[in-house]
Each structure stands twice: as structure tokens, then as C-alpha cells.
Design a protein around this ligand. Structure first.
Ligand code: ACO
Length: 325
């Protein structure tokens, strides 16, 4: 049976120049390199320069993705940017990126699912492509979380960083079998009963300020592994594939302990796990495309490989995507 598959044909990423190590943070936050490494696996993160906005990070990642796809930017007829740190309340950051790319047709919109933003955006783009509503989509995860951190709160400010990643997704014909290239299945979930566990204490309708990130770290940790593994099991059940079939696991990069515990619970071998949290910190919606692009550039992920994405974040929101590269 002939079906439409959304195939990732290019990827790109961008990290701001400024690297902030744990030691750098310890100069003005009551913390230590040892504490951060031990609890999270993070060694450093990147922070955007003053005047460097989420749209610019997203634009630079998008340029690389378009180049690696070998397409003309004008072929793109859908742009979705996952971000919780937009340039402005409105218009959407994706529209700014669309304009920077010189694209003035098709649709561009932001998707707000915090750390799950890229998985939600990719799944949404997949639906557009499979329905025939778009042919070539640019999906971006771009964040400047450094702008919403409270540097007086050591329990949260050491965890996050800035960056962007992007992929170009193209509608291609498949057979309907799991041997097809492209997205094989995606599973998204949300449960607002957990909204107080990870949130920003400001917004246009509440305080008219941007606000700062607040988190009950232990609560997030407690739920993360179960939620992540549930949606991955859904992906395996739907496709008949399992952890042994996987070539690469590219999880959201929040915390090495969460990544290791999820991989262990799913029997995913450690050498199949792509980890960049040590170098990037948690870049929210940007973390998966940043990790993905790292593993594509260094030659680990190759055409035909079975790749699994998962993410979990504020809301809570969580989801998985299983695809063949
Ligand atoms: N430096 C030094 N000490 C610290 C720091 C810090 N940055 N932060 C907290 N502490 C201290 C606390 O004050 C506490 O001290 P006390 O025992 O004297 O009271 C001690 O360390 C232990 O604090 P806990 O909060 O119990 O530390 P925990 O082991 O739970 O680790 C952490 C905290 C790393 C946040 C953990 O809960 C976690 O990883 N949670 C997951 C959260 C996460 O990754 N969120 C990302 C967004 S959601 C997502 O993307 C999935």
C-alpha cells in the first residue's frame, strides 16, 4: 500500500558563542561543578549574547538544515518553531524566521509545548505532510532559556542553556512498511494537573511580565521516566519494533540521570544513546535537534537507521517519535 511518509532530508543546529561552564556559574551562584555534574551530568551550557534573539538562533540552525537538505528555501511551504522563549509575545518567532529566510508563502507558526516542543512540532508537521497540506516543512526548536532563569534560584538556573536545531522534512512515497524512510509513528500526551510543577511565574495575561522559570525538580524527576517510557512503549506496540531494532535513541537532554534511567528501563543499550546534555545543558525544545545534528554530523546516524526521539516537559507534555533516517 502506497503511503506518504515525512522524511527528514536535512538537519542543522546553532549554539551561541558564549560558553558558561559550571565553574563560571559558581562565581555568582551558590553551587559547585561537582554538585551539577553529579546530579545532572551538565558540564557547560551556551548563553545567547545581549541582543541575540531566539529567532536568530533558529534562523542560523534553519540555514544549515536547508543547506544540508540541498533544497532551495523557496520550496518550504510550512515552518513550525517549537519555543517557550519567543522573541516577543507576538508575532510568532517562526514568522520572523520565515521572513529572515526570504519566504513569503505558506504558513509559519510557533508551537508551545516547552521541552516537548520539537517532538510536538515534528509530529504536527508530519500530519500536514501526510494530509497533503504541505510538501516541504522546516521544523525548528529554538530557545533562549537564559532569559527566563532566576540566578538567585540555584535549583533551576544551573540546568538550562540556549541554542537551536532544525530539520527539513519532505513528503515522499512509502510502502506503509516499517522499512520505509521517514516518520513511522508519533505519540503525544499532555496532563495539565501537573502545571504547577514546572512553569514560568509570569505572562501577558497574568502579571504582564515575562517571569522566571520555577520547578519542583524532585516531582519532575519522579514522573519523567514513567511518562517517557509509556509513549515509547506505545511507539513499539504500534510498529511491532522494539529496543533491539533501534539504532539510535535521541532523548530530550534534561538530565543524564533521567536519560540513563529511561534507557535502562527500555533495555536500550548505552552505546545507542546520543547524549549532549554535558555540553549543552537543557535547551528545552532545541535539545533533540541539537543532539540529532551532532550525531548526524559526526557520522553516527546514517541513512536507513531506526531513530527514536522522546521528550517531556512543562504542562506536563510528553511524546515520542520513531523514524527511519
Ligand atoms: N548547587 C548546590 N546545591 C544545590 C543546588 C545547586 N545548584 N541545587 C540544590 N542544591 C541543594 C539543595 O538546596 C539541597 O540541599 P539541602 O539538602 O541542604 O537542603 C540539596 O542540594 C539536594 O536538593 P534536591 O532538590 O533534593 O536535589 P535533587 O537530588 O532532587 O536534584 C535536580 C535536583 C537536579 C533538579 C533533580 O531533582 C532533577 O534532575 N530533576 C529533574 C528536573 C529536570 O531535569 N527538569 C528539566 C526540565 S523538565 C524536563 O526537561 C524533563
Amino acid at each position: 500500500m502506497s503511503v506518504t511518509r515525512s522524511v527528514i532530508v536535512g538537519s542543522g543546529s546553532y549554539l551561541p558563542k558564549k560558553i558558561v561552564t559550571n565553574e563560571d556559574l559558581a562565581k555568582f551562584v551558590d553551587t559547585s561543578d561537582e554538585w551539577i555534574r553529579q546530579r545532572t551530568g551538565i558540564e557547560q551550557r551556551h548563553f545567547a549574547a545581549e541582543g541575540e534573539f531566539t529567532s536568530e538562533l533558529g534562523y542560523k540552525a534553519a540555514l544549515e538544515a536547508i543547506k544540508s537538505a540541498g533544497i532551495d528555501a523557496q520550496e518550504i511551504d510550512l515552518i513550525i518553531c517549537g519555543t517557550a522563549t519567543p522573541d516577543n509575545t507576538f508575532p510568532a518567532t517562526s514568522v520572523a524566521i520565515q521572513n529572515m529566510l526570504g519566504i513569503h508563502h505558506g504558513a509559519a507558526f510557533d508551537l508551545q509545548a516547552v521541552c516537548s516542543g520539537f517532538v510536538f512540532a515534528l509530529s504536527t508537521a508530519d500530519m500536514y505532510l501526510r494530509c497533503g497540506k504541505a510538501k516541504t516543512a522546516l521544523v525548528i526548536g529554538a530557545e533562549t532559556f537564559s532569559r527566563i532563569l532566576d540566578f538567585e534560584d540555584r535549583t533551576t538556573c544551573v540546568l538550562f542553556g540556549d541554542g537551536a536545531g532544525a530539520v527539513v522534512l519532505r513528503a515522499e512515497e512509502g510502502t506503509g512498511e516499517v522499512s520505509d524512510r521517514g516518520i513511522l509513528t508519533s505519540h503525544l500526551r499532555s496532563d495539565g494537573r501537573h502545571k504547577e510543577k514546572l512553569y514560568v511565574d509570569g505572562g501577558p495575561s497574568t502579571t504582564q511580565t515575562t517571569g522566571h522559570l520555577r520547578m519542583e525538580g524532585k516531582e519532575v524527576f519522579k514522573h519523567a521516566v514513567g511518562m517517557i517510557t509509556d509513549v515509547i512503549i506505545d511507539a513499539f506496540n504500534e510498529t511491532g519494533l522494539d529496543a533491539n531494532d533501534l539504532d539510535w535513541f535521541v532523548p530530550h537532554q534534561a538530565n543524564k540521570r533521567i536519560i540513563d534511567a529511561s534507557a535502562k528501563k527500555l533495555n536500550i543499550a548505552p552505546e545507542k544513546v546520543v547524549t549532549t546534555v554535558n555540553l549543552h545543558g537543557n535547551t528545552s525544545a532545541a535539545s533533540i535537534p541539537l543532539a540529532l545534528d551532532t550525531a548526524v554530523k559526526d557520522g553516527r546516524i546514517k541513512k536507513g537507521d531506526l531513530v527514536l526521539f522522546e521528550a517531556m516537559g512543562g504542562g506536563f507534555t510528553w511524546g515520542s517519535i520513531l523514524l527511519r533516517w
